[in-house]
Design a binder for this molecule. Sequence first.
Ligand code: BGC
Length: 255
Amino acid sequence: MQLSGKTAIVTGGNSGIGEAIARTLAESGAAVVIDYVARPADTADLVKDITAAGGTAVGVEADVSRTDGIQSLIDAAVREFGGLDVMVNNAGIEKRQSLLETDEESFETVIAVDLKSAFFGTQLAAKQFIGQGRGGVVVNVSSVHEDWPMPGNIAYCVAKGGMRMLTRTAGVELGPQNVRVVNVAPGAVATPINTKTLEDPEQRKKLEDAIPLRKVADPSAIADAVLFVASDAGHYLTATTVFVDGGIMQASVGL
Ligand code: BGC
């Protein structure tokens, strides 16, 4: 298996894309640490499921918008599984507000959950990797909106644009220490973040018509790309972005 003997942290790992990543990495042999703030029961069920399928996972209560929350996940990886090899900074939220609608509190929340968590997740994982002396991989789950405006969702775009330069700059800084940093950028995916769009038949059709592959992605499509990036198959990827978007970015505007 591609990740046998490795340990991975997946932030936002108890729902949506994060859940698919946690399952896929565990199926590939990694021991997985999953954070939760709310929904401890969902996390316990997911851990039970992964374990029943022959995998290894643990749930840890941690707020990844704070550095102490991120550090507690790394400490759990070291305590439970002896170290850390893969850090997936996946936690993310969006508020769907325009520039003129966005107040200070909602801006700060989006930036803290989406960008600050990835920034310090990258930093603290890199310190752990360097201390262990065997390198490591950071996968930052961004979005097509790291590069592509989504009118009406501006704080999210600002956060994802920040992740774009986080990954490029950290990848350049950390390459000589054998630490890779890569963004995986999903397009439209069937997850709770998109429930409103997907439950409205007209909106869903508009979105699917805008995607060259004509369908919203299953979260497993993103998880497969994360596995590729995190495993030895992705050994020459760093300081860049892998877009997994069915072609949407080349075709129209964000929906
Ligand atoms: C956003 C979705 C949006 C999709 C495609 C994602 O990053 O979270 O709300 O539908 O990009 O524009």
